[in-house]
Design a protein around this ligand. Sequence first.
Ligand SMILES: NC(=O)c1ccc[n+]([C@@H]2O[C@H](COP(=O)([O-])OP(=O)(O)OC[C@H]3O[C@@H](n4cnc5c(N)ncnc54)[C@H](OP(=O)(O)O)[C@@H]3O)[C@@H](O)[C@H]2O)c1
Length: 343
Amino acid sequence: MTSVGVLGATGAVGQRFIQLLDGHPDFDLSVLTASPASAGERYRDAAKWRLDTPIPDDVADITVRDTDPDAIPDDTDLLFSALPSDVGERVEPALCEAGFVVSSNSSNARVADDVPLVIPEVNADHLELIDVQREERGWDGALVKNPNCSTITMVPTLTALTQFGLERVHVSTLQAVSGAGYSGVTSMEILDNVVPHIGGEEAKMETESRKLLGEFTGDGVSWLDATVSASCNRVPTLDGHLENVFVETSEDVTPEDVAGAFEDAPTLDLPSAPDPLVEVFEEPDRPQPRLDRMLGDGMAVAAGGIQETDTGIQYNCLAHNTIRGAAGASLLNGELLARDGWL
Ligand SMILES: NC(=O)c1ccc[n+]([C@@H]2O[C@H](COP(=O)([O-])OP(=O)(O)OC[C@H]3O[C@@H](n4cnc5c(N)ncnc54)[C@H](OP(=O)(O)O)[C@@H]3O)[C@@H](O)[C@H]2O)c1
């Protein structure tokens, strides 16, 4: 078994990690960290558990540690990070320098030149950047990132369309409140409302997508030469980001070509990888967050409403933002790191 830990284990994403790691065939969870306010407490006392399955018995009594290299046992093979990005920016490099491999969900360093930003079904080869990172930073450990939840919803569909010469992407999102964390949006703000602004989200979609779809060149990533423009909206759903995507390609494509490309999207033989990766709906009113966010145990992307427009193709896609969009994404990256011998 691979020995793993969760950084920021008491938070919304940290709790998802614990839920997803329960009963994992290859990973054994024994290390939990959080802020100094929680360190020293039993997990059951430190965490305000908010998921609809109970805290796993073997986790509830683990003592929460400080998020500090000296507080983490040296024989921990892999750390999953759900830290706030300002904390991750400070602590993750220190952990990598101390020799730990960190699969991180935090937004810091996602577009740094020597940091692999990975969705295993899209760009597993970008993990090779770890060699560049270790060379440049002198680390024995490694830092690997997964993208933002709205980006990860769209990119598995876009990667299927690169074969048609992707030139321009416009996307408008309808994002669930859980994406802002438990206390991120108040009920007075979001009930009976839509908030047409999510700070920094549009830029993340525009940059992270192009890096993910870029090419590993041996010493870096050459970003996809396409334009991506995003408009992000917070809506009163609990989980599941729905996105309206408009693409322009250099080749003429039909809705049937697009549906076929989505259905052929690659799947991987990893414990948390869904099969199929993209579930295609013919019903024009699907996917919907409440009905479709748990496809593939929350790891699949759903697509539908595929149709021609005057400029190209339009479709809708959906994924569970705290599973495929957060903890599940880091977990899948961890499974890839283990499979490919990076631990
Ligand atoms: N929520 C989502 O859907 C989502 C999706 C994608 C990405 N993300 C990203 O994932 C990360 C975590 O988000 P979240 O919603 O889970 O946040 P959260 O609920 O606020 O949890 C934050 C976690 O970090 C710990 N922490 C806070 N300050 C710390 C410090 N100074 N040192 C060490 N640990 C500290 C907290 O511990 P205490 O309990 O002790 O305070 C808690 O365990 C963020 O970077 C966020 O941007 C979230």
